[in-house]
Design a protein around this ligand. Structure first.
Ligand SMILES: O=C(O)c1cccc(C(=O)CC[C@H]2O[C@@H](n3cnc4c(=O)[nH]cnc43)[C@H](O)[C@@H]2O)c1
Length: 248
């Protein structure tokens, strides 16, 4: 399994859940790499009673870099003859209120590119409505349910945006267009596009660090969200391991 976070603190929060803390600047000794690596790291992160072959990368901020890094890691694994079975986009995110409170976890039942399209006189039109491309990916339904139950997370759409929402008006517009949206972040759709290109299922898990709405950077609770991410991954890893073994 490949876990793609955006930045190193998120990567380390996930690694901590596996009992694997990076030892050096890139943490490679423990199978945890600082960015997409040209070759799959040899380390296997032991987890619980079983051995889960898990690599965590800090793939970069934003959908484009996340897609490029994830695709590189997936391709490298294929070239090594040991492809990944599942890709997880993970990290912190903004939560739509009141559904996704700060410190809670959200599992995506849809990963939606919320700003991929065109503004028109009639409002925003997605690229799909314009007649090309896709703006959504769907993680496996059974896996979403299992993971949501295991970590006590709400399940709903997670939006991918290139610009962090900073006004109540924008938050409202996003929710009007995507009524089931629980969270927004900046990488999920890019990670999902890379996974889809490789025919690999994808999951997105977000720990809520801030409300989606008027910009108040000082109010972001990043350490709380990272702690929630670690705790959540501790609970979801056994689920992923057994899903990987039995349901593929
Ligand atoms: O403070 C800023 O202006 C700023 C601009 C771009 C990015 C950031 C980040 O710190 C984002 C890092 C990371 O966190 C995810 N994230 C967290 N909350 C949100 C949100 O409300 N909307 C979108 N993304 C969010 C995101 O996935 C980034 O990777 C700060």
């Amino acid at each position: 399994m490949l876990v793609a976070t955006a930045v190193s603190v998120e990567r380390d929060a996930v690694a901590r859940a596996c009992g694997a803390l990076p030892t050096g600047s890139d943490g490679e000794a423990l199978g945890v790499v600082g960015r997409a690596h040209p070759f799959r790291p040899s380390g296997t992160t032991a987890h619980g009673g079983g051995a889960l072959d898990l690599q965590v990368i800090a793939a970069g901020v934003g959908p484009a870099l996340a897609a490029a890094s994830t695709a590189s890691a997936l391709t490298a694994a294929v070239l090594q003859g040991d492809p990944y079975d599942l890709v997880v986009s993970a990290g912190i995110g903004g939560g739509f209120q009141p559904e996704a409170s700060v410190g809670s976890l959200v599992v995506a039942d849809e990963i939606v590119a919320a700003d991929l399209g065109a503004e028109t006189d009639d409002g925003f039109v997605s690229v799909t409505e314009l007649g090309f491309g896709t703006v959504r990916h769907q993680p496996p339904e059974d896996l979403v349910r299992l993971v949501g139950d295991a970590v006590g997370a709400r399940t709903g759409a997670v939006l991918t945006v290139s610009t962090v929402t900073g006004t109540a008006e924008r938050a409202r517009a996003l929710r009007e267009r995507h009524p089931t949206a629980l969270a927004e972040a900046m990488e999920g759709f890019g990670v999902a596009e890379a996974a889809a290109a490789h025919g690999v299922p994808v999951l997105e898990v977000r720990a809520i660090s801030n409300p989606v709405g008027p910009r108040d950077r000082a109010a972001w609770r990043i350490p709380d969200a990272l702690a929630a991410l670690t705790e959540g991954f501790g609970k979801l890893l056994p689920v992923l391991e057994s899903w990987n073994r039995h349901d593929q």
